[in-house]
Ligand binder design. Structure first.
Ligand code: G6P
Length: 366
């Protein structure tokens, strides 16, 4: 099959736009109409697992950091996450009853593969979440969970990230069912949120033009901060990573609560601060961090839902409106504005969006 941009200016734009479709596809592979989560063999009984060790690089690493919140909060299962280049050399002890979980779009990243080989024979089971089922990482895993994102060309990962998150979320729900940590009602709630996700993402994509306007302003910045709390904290990192990868603007992410431990020293009228804050249980805390930024003349771009914006948009530089979503599923939805902000900022700056300088799609050397 020929791969083209399907009428889009860049592969990245096409891949961003495909997300409602590919996520629906990923869901259909793992979730039955009756709400049963079906995983490929060999089956893992998460009641027998005492720890998950997740290892990856780049955007896939940020998917792991997000999933840690799900496995811990929903399935009460301890999770360790590390970047593969550190993990492979720090000779970590591997507790009994460990599941090793590797996440990689390409399935060929050299450091991730080396980390997998380190875990082989030490962990009870090696599982991988990959986009390429014929890849080296998939071949060397006991259990392979394909993300069904389709071919991804843009160097900056977009649809693979949200599909990784979708599969990891399902895995966390499966783990919770095995471990008896979810009521039937809570489980049904999570699954119905997941089923709504393609439609919610389509709604988020409707903000494309508004986000382009925000990005035009962002394009003049030299430094940008991203803040988030809870499962939105890894998303702040993803927003910063995307922005620096393709627009070459220096961007950093912090947990909102860390603001006062350093980064607030950077804030002045030249520094835009992107705040990812759905109206969740931690919203008020994030808003108070945001007000500290505004008190120092920082230019806040608040990404929230209607209710959150009605409450907290006063005094911000700009806002981006997202549909309402559950706390747990929010990070998947909030990936969309993170991607679109980076994309339109890069387009405004005229950089090579699909082939950013110095970066490779797949890093197969150390
Ligand atoms: C490179 C790419 C990133 C990707 C990372 C990990 O740095 O530019 O987009 O997230 O590798 O790649 P993987 O194929 O292992 O997910």
């Amino acid at each position: 099959t020929r791969i083209d941009k399907g009428g889009h200016k860049h592969f990245m734009a096409k891949e961003i736009a495909e997300q409602p479709t590919v996520i629906a596809d990923a869901l259909s592979h793992y979730l039955s109409a009756g709400g049963e989560i079906r995983l490929p063999d060999p089956q893992v009984d998460f009641a027998q697992v005492e720890r998950i060790t997740m290892v990856a690089c780049g955007t896939a690493f940020l998917a792991c950091l997000t999933a840690k919140y799900w496995f811990e909060q929903i399935a009460r299962l301890p999770v360790e996450v590390d970047v593969a280049s550190e993990f492979r050399y720090r000779e970590p002890p591997v507790p009994a009853k460990s599941l090793a979980l590797f996440v990689s779009q390409s399935g060929e990243t050299a450091d991730t593969l080396a980390a997998l080989r380190y875990m082989a024979g030490k962990a009870d089971r090696i599982a991988s979440v990959v986009n390429v089922p014929e890849s080296s990482i998939a071949r060397e895993s006991d259990l392979v969970l394909p993300i069904h994102a389709g071919v991804e060309i843009g160097v900056a990962s977009t649809k693979a990230f949200t599909c990784q998150l979708t599969v990891l979320f399902l895995l966390a729900i499966k783990a919770a069912s095995d471990r008896g940590t979810l009521t039937d009602e809570a489980r049904a709630d999570h699954l119905s949120q997941l089923r709504r996700l393609p439609a919610l993402i389509a709604e988020a994509l409707d903000q494309n033009v508004a986000i382009r306007e925000t990005a035009r302003k962002l394009a003049n910045a030299r430094d940008v901060l991203f803040l988030g709390r809870g499962p939105l904290y890894p998303l702040a990192h993803e927003g910063a990573l995307k922005l620096k990868e393709i627009s070459y603007i220096h961007a950093e992410a912090y947990a909102s609560g860390e603001l006062k431990h350093g980064p607030i020293a950077l804030v002045d009228e030249d520094v835009p601060v992107v705040v990812m804050a759905p109206r969740d249980t931690l919203f008020d805390k994030t808003v108070s961090n945001m007000q500290e930024v505004m008190a120092r003349k920082g230019k806040v771009i608040l990404i929230s839902d209607r209710e959150g914006l009605a409450e907290a948009a006063n005094g911000t530089w700009d806002t981006i409106t997202m549909p309402d979503v559950s706390d747990a599923v929010a990070p998947i939805l909030y990936a969309i504005p993170a991607q679109l902000l980076a994309y339109h900022t890069a387009v405004a700056k005229g950089t090579d969006v699909d082939q950013p300088r110095n970066l490779a799609k797949s890093v197969t050397v150390e």
